[in-house]
Design a protein around this ligand. Sequence first.
Ligand code: 6PG
Length: 252
Amino acid sequence: MLSRPEIRILNTAAELFQAAASEFATLASQAVQSNGRFTVALSGGSTPKSLYALLASGSIPNIPWEKIFFFFGDERFVPPDHPDSNYRMAREAGLFSKVPEGNVFRVHAEDKDANDAARAYDQALRKFFGLQSGEFPRFDLVLLGLGPDGHTASLFPGTAALNEQRSLVVANWVDKFQTYRLTLTLPVLNGAACVMFLVSGADKANIVREVLENENANLPSQQARPADGRLLWLLDRAAGSGLSHIGTEFTV
Ligand code: 6PG
């Protein structure tokens, strides 16, 4: 049964990132208590950098860092030191300084061939999660952002990756950028125990309304709905300002 989204609107961006960090800490403790580890697929772009920096600051108590394993929901087809690299963004935020070195699984997007890079990451996930053929990983948390066109991860409208039902990771050609993006596929996102969208800023208000209130919009981010897990949308008031019922900290 598809999960109904929980929508929480926080008054300010600072409160949004604080709420996201608290959710992260709670989910981490629960996962470590139940399974001995916490597996997270990180989102990229600019929004999550504030969350990663807050988590790395040490101001959020009781995070079991030594048992946390970081992966990426998507990565740009660039080397890890490139300004566009999601790995570089998270590393510069200090997030990886908190966990043992072997607990960060980056996408080797410096490979010459995007499809080879995708296959390699696919294999790395299968090995880590001990998957048989046809099985999908169950991340404890998949963090996602929302692009102005309704994309999430690197699942852009009208792109081939949206139809992928077997691979865990694909190299997705994105026409508008004239480049490949490496992305987890929908079966992986939707196998998660918790998918958390983190959206901030007035520039996202229209697309947030479209995604959350127009069920016929047929946008990639609307397809990220765990089959058996939590779907949580964390918005600040600016990003949620277009919604028909607006309040603070309300859950629908
Ligand atoms: C990426 C992300 C992408 C991002 C959205 C929102 O690699 O860019 O994974 O899906 O979350 O584009 O990006 P902003 O947070 O920069 O608005």
